[in-house]
Each structure stands twice: as C-alpha cells, then as structure tokens.
Design a protein around this ligand. Sequence first.
Ligand SMILES: [Ca+2]
Ligand SMILES: [Ca+2]
Length: 333
Amino acid sequence: MRHNLVLSLLSGVMLIGAIVGENACLAGGDGFIVQALGDRLLIGTGDDSPGGQQIGQRVFGSVLPSSGVDRDPSFFSLSPAPAGFDALPIGGLVYWDFLPITIDGVTSNLFHWDSHGIVDFAPAEVETLSLFNVTNSVPATIDGSAKAIPGEHLGTLTNDFLSLHAHNFWALLGEGGDPLLGGGAEPAPGVYLAAMRLRLDGFVSTKPFFVALATSDTSSSSVNDDALPWIESNIDDLILRGDYNFDGMVDAADYELWRAQYGATSPQPVDIGDADGNGDGIVNLADYTVWRDHLMTTTATPANVIPTPEPNSVAVALALLGVFAHCRHTRLR
Ligand SMILES: [Ca+2]
Ligand SMILES: [Ca+2]
C-alpha cells in the first residue's frame, strides 16, 4: 500500500505547492524557513507571506497522514530575505543532518511518546523516520539508534523569490517498512521526535531544531499543547553538549576530535563529528571549555570507563592559543 502511495506521491513531486501555514510551533502546513544572518544560517517557521515568518523558532510539529508519508513540512528560503536577515547565495547546496537527542541520559536519534498522560519520550524501538533528498530518490533514515545520520542534498538555491523550495518526502514507517518500498507494520501511535540541522558551505550550520511528527490518530492538541511546549522547555538540554562525535557520551574521544579539528571552520561533516561546541563556526578554545564543562555530566552508559583526558590537555589547549589568535586574525580579514 505504501509502495503505491510513495510512487504516486513521487510522481507529483514537481508540483509546487503554496506554502500555507498557521502559527509557528503549531501542527499544520507551515514550512521551515532558512535564512542567513551574516555567516550564520538561521532556521524558523512560517509561510511566504509578508511578515509570516518566525525566524529563530526551532520547534515544529505536524500530524502526518495515515500513510505516514508526506511532502510537508517543506523547507524554503526567501530572496529578498525578511527584514533583518540575509538571503542565501544563489547556487548554494543546502544539506541537512539528523542529530542524536539525549533525554534522561538516554541517547537516540528518534524518540517516541504515545501521546497519553505526561510527555514521556523514549527511543523508538522499531520505527524509522526518513527524509528524502532533492530528487526524492535517496532517503536519510533514523531508526532510534544513538547515531547522527548525515542527511542528503535538500535543495539548491535559485534566484527566485522562493530561492529554496523543497517539498521532500517524509516517511514514518513501522517495523519492516522500507522508505523506498513502503510496507511494514504500522508505527506505534503517538509523537515522534527528531533533531536536525541545516548546513551550507561557507556558513555556520543552523542550531539544532526539533521536529515532532505525529501519527494520524494523534490529536493535534497532544502535539500543540503537550509535546511542543515540552520540547520548547527542554530545548537547550536535548542535545548533549560536548558530545562532538555524537555517540551519547562526553568523554576523551570528544576531546581527541576537538584536537583533530582544531582551527577547522563550519560546517563539519556530521558523520565524522563536529567539535564546534559553542556554535561560533570555528573549532576553537571555547569548544574545549564546552567539552570540559560537560564532561561526563550525562552519559547513555554510565558504566563506561571514566574518561581520562591527557594530563597535558589544558597545557596543549593553552599552547594552541597562539594558533587560535592567528586563525581569528586570518578569518576576519
Ligand atoms: Ca562523544
Ligand atoms: Ca567554536
């Protein structure tokens, strides 16, 4: 059944739908807007009407159709940009990544809440959530594991008013489902939570943003009145800070990655890891501080060996100060 649905939907992919929507943070047809502010990408929600954007908004919810397959929420960018923001460069390729979320010490790239009682997200056990690439032919899929999943090519920026207009398909599938072939069991009812970021060469990636997609039998009030406020209230704690290799632990391996990436500028490939812990676009001393401050504060596997950073780590960091200053100078020219 889903196979046919996917194919029929794919055949209609060239149809350009209007971006219509309700308020940000509400289930509905709003899209994700991405704009720049200087060298940073910012994510938001809204539509393409004058003043219809809430840039900086990072939480979005939507109820999926019964097929579990939908080409909304979409992604778009405006040129000229909304007041106070910048347009993105024509020809630029926008990518996404799925990031792991940590809740109550458990890390997973896809959480589920059955929408009953208090909000209580737990890792999805058998379900998968996919988002397809620009041609709707290649999916990136999260399955509840504690991994970052590199996304695909979301879209290319054009010189249109809608300089990015991507209606890539989402597919929420139950056990045995295949994003390309469909099938499988129905996913457990409720709300599914994923974290993403968008990246574009030459720009600092967006801050993580959170997508709550609910099965069709979930009430919109469970999404709007329960799940989204819960996500908003926990937004700064859902991504484990200092976990540069995205394995759910803040340990010596993250320090090693920080060392290896020192001086690198965003965006870093998520499949290798990204040590820009403070999100300023360069892997620098401030990111060492982030790592140190969050070292083992939360772990998915507390029994793991307590990390033992090299005794000279601080000295190494301080020794790099000279390099740091040079990088800053070079970067600002
Ligand atoms: Ca780690
Ligand atoms: Ca940094």
